[in-house]
Design a protein around this ligand. Structure first.
Ligand SMILES: Nc1ncnc2c1ncn2[C@@H]1O[C@H](COP(=O)(O)OP(=O)(O)OP(=O)(O)O)[C@@H](O)[C@H]1O
Ligand SMILES: [Mg+2]
Length: 278
């Protein structure tokens, strides 16, 4: 006597099942059991989620508009050890034309290390959701923009938002805009705002108003700010003084991390520079 096998095989797990359903996978119709269909749908969901996150990250990176030179910069790109002394650009001569002593050279390395540590802490605090208001000052070519962008890249990787603005470009854009408040809000609202090269803007009522309003948006939303200038902190304080800016920004002046000073010589063009021929 013959028995008829009514159960069909799932074409994925190959097991015989009471019920299998026809579904289309990569354009081909296949019969599958519910367990395998659920597994495929879960896989699909995860793929879509990854794609969504990748697109979101790409959008956030585009909006951040970091200088393309530093858009992939990481902590490894900021050299803060003895290798820095191999660079002909950390000149062996001090401002008076005299050779640095070994002790003085060691102190330069210590200063660079300290700044890197301070920046790592700034990054940690921002990632912890704290509001950090800080100003990077110091000689041209010492890595102020580089370090701000390294911090920014970590913030972006944590799915938080960053806006990088060159001060001069920012002032022109906002001044030319028809919707002043809308622009201030648009350009200032993010987790980390970077305003680079304050030296590029004159100390007029217009620039003071724009800086004050930008900083106020950051402060009111408990977000973070890195301002960058080659001039010392006192120059900035006086050049752009308004009572609100003073209250929002300079009230932190005595905090350890308020002013990060890049007090050494230019590294621009050294073999460590990003993009340099190694
Ligand atoms: N510690 C460092 N390690 C490796 N490269 C460095 C370091 N410091 C600076 N550089 C390199 O030197 C160049 C200048 O750096 P950056 O543009 O960040 O300087 P800056 O302080 O912002 O100068 P400026 O005030 O002129 O804008 C960059 O190419 C950067 O890669
Ligand atoms: Mg710079």
């Amino acid at each position: 006597m013959h028995t008829i096998e009514l159960r069909l095989s799932c074409q994925k797990c190959k097991e015989k099942k009471e019920t299998v359903y026809p579904i289309v996978v990569n354009g081909t119709k296949v019969l599958m059991c519910t367990k395998c269909i659920d597994a495929i749908m879960e896989e699909e969901k995860q793929k879509n989620e990854m794609l969504r996150k990748r697109h979101l990250h790409e959008d956030m990176v585009a909006t951040a508009s970091l200088p393309s030179r530093f858009k992939d910069a990481t902590w490894d790109d900021f050299i803060a050890d003895e290798r820095i002394l191999e660079s002909s650009y950390v000149s062996r001569l001090n401002e008076n034309g005299k050779r640095y002593t070994n002790e003085q050279l060691r102190q330069i390395v210590v200063k660079i290390q300290r700044v890197k540590q301070q920046c790592l802490r700034i990054k940690e605090q921002i990632l912890d959701g704290l509001s950090v208001m800080t100003v990077f000052t110091g000689n041209t070519g010492t890595g102020k923009t580089l370090l701000a962008c390294i911090i920014a890249n970590d913030i972006l990787n944590a799915e938080k938002t960053v806006h990088y603005h060159n001060a001069s470009h920012l002032v022109t854009t906002i001044t030319d805009s028809e919707d002043y408040s809308g622009s201030i809000y648009k350009y200032a609202s993010c987790d980390l705002l970077i305003i680079d090269n304050l030296a590029g803007i004159p100390s007029t009522d217009n620039t003071k108003r724009i800086l004050t309003d930008m900083v106020d948006v950051v402060y009111m939303n408990s977000k973070s700010l890195i301002m960058i200038s080659p001039y010392p902190i006192d120059n900035i304080k006086h050049a752009y003084y308004t009572p609100v800016l003073y209250d929002r920004l300079f009230s932190g002046i005595n905090k350890e991390m308020f002013n990060i000073v890049f007090d050494w010589q230019s590294m621009r063009g050294s073999q460590f520079s990003i993009g340099a021929i190694k």
